[in-house]
Design a protein around this ligand. Structure first.
Ligand code: NAD
Length: 354
């Protein structure tokens, strides 16, 4: 068999390890930044202010207003504030929402973003931005929004609640699953995906059992880094399309929706993606049914397994199936409207994937 692939490495620096947050001042100085704007969610304002204090006069201000899916009003406030303060860079401390706000500023002003992730969502490794206006989320790829530097410090994840740790980790595994059968998959990305899924699946039960287990936290964050890199390097398929549609149309919560849909999306694609199934079987401990193994993992983690639990009405299944089948996109198995509707019925009920 001849190999054929294309792979572009993304230009960024990653520092990983306990205490790496202490390297932030060096990182800011090394990048030649003198006035950075600190971004975080309201719930993590204390963390954001502590990090800003550690930067001293190089911190120009703190904006604790990051929100899921980057509402345009918040993006506009952040962009205006960055201009008023004369900021020459941003530091985003938090999950995908804080990083997403940094990306919104980078998209307009071209300011470099340093990311300090505290969930497993993986946005910090991607050149993908999102903005929500009038109930509709637009996304795009732009190299300007890729963080220039990412500091992974597992200590910052110790406070991530068990429920969000479980669903955020499953969200990360979803990047690995779809990266393995992506149209632009490549050998190095597949290695990252397999090891990312392996480390998250191994670490999450320990993280959920004891959120202060630093070794388990570090292993989960290592997996999240790899899975985020896979997301940044490949084109996502049916699973991400469905979650995007469910989140955008019904306002279902991001990480929980990924957790519920993933086993069913994988079960749908498995017959057309034997190499991905083989890699995931190895990653998930030698199972011959990785979709079922992911469904069982979600159960062991106490994570939601049905869309009904997330508040979706059964009557919405047809509308979502119509929307998700409307535009063509890459997927290993042909996407049919009825196939999606059947998948959604299973996910809505929370039954085992078939
Ligand atoms: P989030 O950033 O919204 O965080 C969820 C909540 O958890 C927030 O209240 C936050 O303050 C809190 N939190 C985060 N880390 C914490 C910690 N360590 N301790 C205590 N509380 C903590 O959620 P998320 O799942 O990380 O990100 C979801 C968003 O990111 C969505 O909008 C999604 O579309 C986007 N996303 C984008 C990409 C991309 O490549 N562009 C990738 C993944 C996710």
């Amino acid at each position: 068999m001849t190999r054929e692939f294309s792979y572009s490495a993304l230009p960024m620096r990653v520092r990983f390890g306990q205490g790496s947050l202490e390297r932030l001042p060096d990182e800011v100085v090394g990048l030649g930044l003198t006035r950075v704007l600190m971004l975080c969610s309201p719930e993590q304002e204390d963390t954001g202010r502590q990090v800003a204090d550690a930067l001293g006069e190089r911190a120009a201000g703190v904006l604790p207003e990051a929100r899921m899916h980057v509402p345009i009003e918040v993006a506009t406030r952040a962009r205006d504030l960055a201009r008023e303060l004369g900021a020459d860079g941003c530091v985003a401390v938090g999950g995908g929402s804080a990083v997403g706000l940094g990306k919104a500023i980078a998209l307009e002003h071209g300011l470099p973003v340093i990311a300090v992730p505290t969930t497993y969502a993986g946005s910090e490794m991607t050149p993908v931005w999102g903005l929500t206006e009038g109930g509709a989320k637009r996304t795009g790829r732009d190299p300007r929004v890729l963080p220039v530097s990412v500091l992974y410090d597992p200590e910052l994840t110790l406070t991530l609640p068990a429920g969000l740790s479980a669903t955020s980790g499953m969200n990360a595994i979803a990047h690995a699953v779809e990266g393995l059968y992506a149209p632009d998959a490549s050998p190095i990305v597949s290695l990252m995906a397999e090891d990312g899924a392996r480390s998250l699946a191994a670490a999450l039960p320990a993280v959920v059992a004891d959120g202060s287990d630093l070794d388990a936290r570090a292993e989960a964050q290592y997996g999240a880094w790899l899975c985020g890199a896979v997301l940044g390097a490949t084109t996502m398929s049916l699973h991400h399309k469905l979650c995007h549609t469910l989140g955008g149309t019904l306002d279902l919560p991001h990480a929980q929706t990924h957790t519920v849909v993933l086993p069913h999306a994988l079960a749908y694609n498995a017959p057309a993606a034997p190499d991905a199934v083989a890699a995931l079987s190895r990653a998930l401990g030698g199972t011959d049914d990785p979709a079922r193994a992911l469904w069982e993992l979600a159960g062991r983690l106490g994570a939601p397994r049905s869309l009904a639990e997330l508040g979706m009405a059964e009557a919405d299944i047809d509308r979502i199936a119509d929307l998700a089948a409307a535009d063509p996109y890459a997927n290993p198995r042909p996407v049919t409207r009825n196939g999606i509707a059947a998948l959604l019925h299973d996910a809505w009920r929370g039954s085992a994937p078939i």
